[in-house]
Design a protein around this ligand. Structure first.
Ligand code: IVH
Length: 698
């Protein structure tokens, strides 16, 4: 038997060979299953073990090779191929399906006494003096059930009422930590139902809420809602973009065929799931003897809950031995062999004292509740966003109300609800201002939006907020220039706009209270360093409406210099992948404003990177050739076809111009085809001719 290291080395070597020979379609087609195994291995390292062995680029090369060979040989496509997660995945209506075994709930405990009580009963029922327990996190997400038959993932469902749930297989296939195939047959397992939890980790949750905010949509309250909401989306490709994760922690049903070894303990079942490629809590779990050790572990774990990258709301204590679990059995509601230890709720009530209105970087006016300060989970909370008028109306919030406040981990505190039944008659409604609280310009409310806006782009508040965004961690990441300093330097007249960040008067700064030589040197270094940030970070940093990190990345790939965008009309902007009408309008508005163009020129003069540095081009038979696809392809997916071009060193352009060599025309092609016909140097090919061309280039 190969050791894990030998196995990993084997996959690495195989991967290298496959990448080297990725131009050789015949070779790939005879090694297609091996290629899939290499990809599955790396997916597992990345999404399950959180410990990738190859770079994103190498992984992409393998994945594109698989797409290419499957495009050329559709007869070789298998449902469990890594490419089959994505694909046409619209569910019209989720159907209800019965679980093989009811999904029970758990009994809750809140303190040591509850746990001791539970342990005493379990010992009495089992007739033992001391029990062995397996303790693991209680994941705070959406529960799911997965069925594998003959090693294939065949059905996934939500918990529903515990007896039957909604069938969401297509959506669950989008979650990369859920394997499409798993070698259960190795253990004689023909059918298995596994339980687990789908989560959105804190980092992705924060980014997701930022995206919502960019679109003026109210943020989601917590990662649990984000996970369960995402699982109910009808279009699976959107689910794929949510970066969900799945932990699997319970085997609910198992059907063996032939010889097999029974699973002896819960810990062993977690090991089995891990070996089969699932993210089970093998590393997080702890096997302990006796309830005293469990209690001590629960207490110390609660102190570290915020250090985890995802939310947990407690721990689950399970009797480890399977035979004992069977002996203890279950009530109609929960098993007697398991109990949840719930951490302290991070909620508190407080009084809403007043509502202030803040001006955001795009001029949006956000009501902010000032509450009587309360301690929640070790943090003092006194200010909470109320998002918009609609939110205040929905939650029925008045000034003077008692409100329930929650703060989960890194999640921004939010108001869960108000208590209208506690009103005394002294409360007053929240009234919205009609002019900007900072620059007094009359506010406007575009019809399709939920928020009021200050239309004055030079409003001091907007200028400051834009600089705060510009310097933030996901943008230019200028450490040492936090909110407070930006506000201070703005008041001093040093920071008038974004470019002035690169001309701070360090000599004067050194003489100021609280700024030693060291902190000034650090700040100066951070500012210098930001000049070399890649273009997509700069684009994200500008805070253009509807342009977040993802769009910024596509834009940076689509242009060779940022100011190219100022030369494009709305139509050509829309031809950039992933740029729809809304984003194109916003970009056009931004880049046709001479003030913005001038600002970008000043940034370039200050030494910032406005050129796009693209990934090293692949040297292949299409090197130097440019392609553009238009209309609907019927045999290939657009991404696949583009991948084929790129893997041969060709480049995909975003619009028709004299720089274009090939326009590949699918069904219902429109204006791009008309435009290309007028440029003699462009070769116009249909999909079949394109496939033939790729064939000759292999
Ligand atoms: S075991 C029959 N283990 O908590 C045993 N449940 O409040 C079934 N949950 O419905 C559950 N993490 O959705 C188990 N490590 C874990 C869990 C866990 C989260 C959820 C699960 C359950 C709910 C009960």
């Amino acid at each position: 038997m190969a050791t894990p290291q030998e196995k990993a080395n084997g996959f690495l070597e195989k991967g290298k060979e496959l990448i080297e020979r990725s131009g050789d379609l015949a070779f790939l087609s005879t090694h297609i299953e091996g290629l899939r195994e290499v990809i599955r291995f790396h997916e597992n390292r990345y999404y399950v073990m959180n410990d990738p062995l190859v770079s994103d680029l190498e992984f992409d090369q393998l994945y594109k090779a698989l797409e290419k060979v499957e495009a050329a040989h559709p007869e070789l496509i298998r449902a469990d191929s890594p490419t089959q997660r994505v694909g046409p995945g619209i569910t019209k209506q989720f159907t209800t399906v019965q679980h093989l075994v009811p999904m029970l709930s758990l009994e809750n405990s809140y303190n040591a006494a509850d746990l001791m009580d539970w342990d005493r009963k379990a010992r009495e029922l089992s007739g033992l003096d001391q029990l062995e327990y397996c303790v693991e996190p209680k994941f705070d997400g959406a529960s799911i059930s997965l069925i594998y038959e003959n090693d294939q993932f065949t059905r996934g469902a939500t918990r529903g009422d515990g007896i039957a749930g909604e069938e969401i297989t297509l959506n669950l296939k989008q979650i990369k930590s859920i394997p499409l195939t798993a070698p259960f047959s190795k253990y004689g397992i023909q059918q298995i139902e596994i339980r687990g939890e789908v989560l959105m980790n804190k980092d992705n949750f924060r980014k997701y809420n930022e995206q919502l905010a960019e679109q003026n949509l109210p943020p989601l309250a917590n990662p649990r809602n984000a996970a369960s909401g995402s699982l109910r989306i009808k279009d699976a490709s959107i689910v794929g973009k949510r970066n969900l994760e799945a932990f699997l922690y319970h085997i609910a049903y198992i059907h063996y065929e032939g010889e097999h070894q029974p699973i002896r303990s819960h810990g062993e079942s977690l090991e089995l799931l891990w070996e089969m490629g699932f993210r089970s809590p093998v590393k997080e779990k702890k096997v302990l003897k006796g309830i005293d050790a469990v209690i001590a572990f629960c207490q110390s774990f609660e102190e570290q809950r915020d250090e985890l990258p995802y939310e947990i709301d407690g721990l689950v204590i399970k009797v480890n031995e399977m035979l004992l679990q069977d002996k203890l059995g279950m009530t109609t509601h929960h098993p007697r062999w398991a109990i949840a230890f719930k951490f302290k709720a991070r909620q508190s009530t407080s009084k809403l004292m007043q509502v202030e209105f803040q001006v955001g970087r795009t001029g949006s006016i956000t009501p902010v509740a000032k509450i009587q300060p309360v301690h929640i989970g070790g943090v003092m909370v006194s200010s909470i966003s109320l998002h918009n008028q609609e939110f205040i109306r929905e939650k029925n919030i008045m000034i003077g109300d008692t409100v329930l406040v929650e703060r989960a981990g890194d999640v921004i505190p939010y108001i869960v609800k108000s208590f209208p039944e506690l009103r005394t008659g002294n409360e007053s409604p929240v009234t919205f201002p009609v002019v900007c609280p900072v620059c007094q310009t009359a506010l406007i409310k575009p019809e399709e939006e939920a928020v009021w806006r200050c239309p004055n782009e030079n409003c001091d508040a907007q200028v400051v907020e834009r600089m705060i965004h510009f310097t933030s961690k996901d943008a230019m990441d200028i450490r040492g220039l936090g909110d407070a300093n930006i506000r201070k330097f703005h008041e001093l007249g040093w920071l008038k706009d974004i470019p002035s960040i690169y001309h701070l008067p360090f000599d004067q700064l050194r003489t100021m209270d609280g700024f030693g030589a060291k902190s000034v040197a650090n700040l100066s270094e951070a500012i210098e360093k930001s000049k070399t940030q890649p273009l997509y970070r700069l684009i994200n940093a500008l805070g253009i409406r509807y342009v977040g990190e993802t769009t910024a990345k596509t834009l940076a790939q689509a242009v060779s210099h940022l100011l190219d965008l100022s030369k494009m009309d709305k139509e050509s902007l829309q031809q950039i992948e992933d740029v729809g009408v809304k984003v194109a309008d916003s970009l056009h508005q931004y880049f046709s404003n001479p003030q913005n163009v001038e600002m970008l020129q000043r940034l370039e003069a200050a030494g910032l990177q406005l050129q796009s540095i693209k990934q090293e081009p692949i040297d292949g038979s299409l090197s130097g050739k440019t392609f553009l696809f238009t209309g609907t392809l019927t045999q290939l997916k657009r991404a696949q076809a583009e991948g084929m071009v790129e893997s041969q060193g060709g480049k995909i352009l975003s619009g028709v111009s004299s720089k274009l060599d090939y326009l590949i025309v699918g069904e219902d092609a429109g204006s791009k085809l008309e435009k290309a016909k007028k440029i003699a140097s462009i070769q116009i090919l249909d999909e079949n001719a394109f496939i033939a061309l790729m064939g000759t280039k292999e």
